[in-house]
Design a protein around this ligand. Structure first.
Ligand code: NAD
Ligand code: MG
Length: 382
């Protein structure tokens, strides 16, 4: 019954996590059934009772009507624009289509852009908001676990170009983020797992209590228990908010936001090798990358082996991918090395990495011997 009581308390009163930045601060509101209460929750922050909702064709049939109904109840007028789901929509063509549609129907400087969807919609709609009329008010309603714990906090928006991912973008902080964990009940399990990898990553970087919590409650998160989801989102957002507040525009060379790339150098190489075609989700690549980053830290004598074993065991207990040999594809060591060297500009046979002295003790280094990286990849099945 305690659990039922907790769930009831959660549904009535959402958690509010303040994100404090130098020029503005806003709340990440976390809870259940927030979309059906969006009108009341957003009324105090919208500068005008007028909003344009940007969403995708998977999310629209599930949640758009509910959001519009709730906004209309408080007198907020809305229109909506939909894009095709998937990373390909984060492009100039769709950006132009959206800004044309917004400008064609006329828009005032105080009209709010609301992103309803995963990280793709958030990044795209955020960039539209950042640039249209030099900046429109913006609200995020993230509907994937990844977007609730990662992309909706920190203010980065942007689109991809033929030269690479996220190369056109802007920092644009939202007025408010509504993380409605109820929406995660319709998310495919693979997408849930991918978001969970970023939560584990947060613990491993600098919040050992969060990693302990994951060991105890990770299974409940992946079973989509609302209290566990809300708690995981709260802790991971709080962690990211702390990192972002210390390094708002990613100006610190070491530590700061750079630490958020733990597991990502290996992960990006695996993703790039498969051409970002959906066979390997970003978070799945990060899961393998976390294992490899700890294995490399142990190999270099920087981290106790017990910590690496704990990390890998946790990921494996939840049936997350941890080894390159777990994947159906084969990878050539030279190709993976080439990606990492391009990604990180190798100097004198040494690579930049985020490594760890232990769980919750990540650090950046520019001094990793390429040979050690190669050995780790071979040992893992490349
Ligand atoms: P996504 O937005 O593509 O969503 C994944 C899939 O789930 C899509 O098919 C989507 O339509 C569907 N979906 C979304 N919500 C759903 C729901 N509640 N029920 C059922 N289906 C749903 O992917 P993502 O993982 O959320 O985000 C990935 C993007 O985020 C990448 O483009 C990445 O670059 C970006 N990102 C940005 C930041 C940042 O700081 N801005 C950080 C991390 C990632
Ligand atoms: Mg990531």
């Amino acid at each position: 019954t305690t659990r039922v009581m907790e769930a009831l308390a959660l549904s009535r009163r959402p958690l509010r996590l303040p994100v404090s930045l130098s020029r503005a601060s806003y709340d990440v509101v976390i809870g259940t059934d927030l979309i059906s209460r969006a009108g009341g929750l957003l009324a105090p922050v919208l500068p005008q009772k007028n909003a344009i909702i940007i969403t995708d064709n998977n999310v629209a049939p599930l949640y758009l009507q509910k959001l519009e109904d709730s906004l209309h109840e408080t007198g907020v007028r809305t229109r909506s624009l939909r894009v095709t789901p998937g990373e390909q929509s984060k492009c100039l063509t769709i950006y132009q289509h959206l800004t044309d549609a917004i400008l064609e129907q006329g828009v005032e400087r105080r009209t709010t852009i609301i992103a309803l969807g995963g990280g793709v919609v958030g990044d795209l709609a955020g960039f539209v908001a950042a640039t249209t009329l030099r900046g429109l008010p913006f609200v995020q309603i993230p509907t994937t676990l990844l977007s609730q714990v990662d992309s909706s906090v920190g203010g980065k928006t942007g689109i991809n170009t033929r030269w690479g991912k996220n190369l056109l973008g802007a920092f644009h902080q939202p007025l408010c983020v509504l993380a409605d964990v109820t929406t995660l009940s319709t998310l495919p399990r693979r997408e849930l797992v991918a978001g969970y990898a970023e939560i584990v990553k947060s613990g491993l970087i600098g919040d050992p209590a969060l990693f302990d919590w994951c060991e105890k409650h990770g299974a409940a998160v992946l079973d989509q228990e609302p209290e566990a989801l809300a708690e995981a989102v709260r802790q991971a957002c709080a962690f990211k908010a702390r990192v972002v507040a210390g390094d708002e525009r990613e100006e610190q060379k070491s530590n700061g936001r750079a630490l958020l790339n733990l597991g990502h150098t290996f992960g990006h190489a695996l993703e790039a090798e498969l051409g970002y075609d959906g066979r390997l989700l970003h978070g799945e690549a990060v899961s393998i990358g976390l294992h490899l980053a700890f294995a490399l830290s142990v190999r270099l004598g920087l981290c106790p082996a017990e910590d690496q074993i704990r990390v890998t065991q946790h990921l494996e207990n939840l049936s997350m991918p941890t080894h390159i040999r777990d994947l159906p594809q084969t990878f050539a060591v030279d190709d993976l090395m080439a990606h990492m060297q391009r990604d990180k500009k190798m100097q004198d046979g040494r690579l930049s990495f985020v490594l760890a002295h232990g769980i919750g003790r990540a650090f950046t280094t520019q001094d990793v011997p390429a040979d050690a990286v190669r050995e780790i990849l071979i040992a893992d099945g490349a």
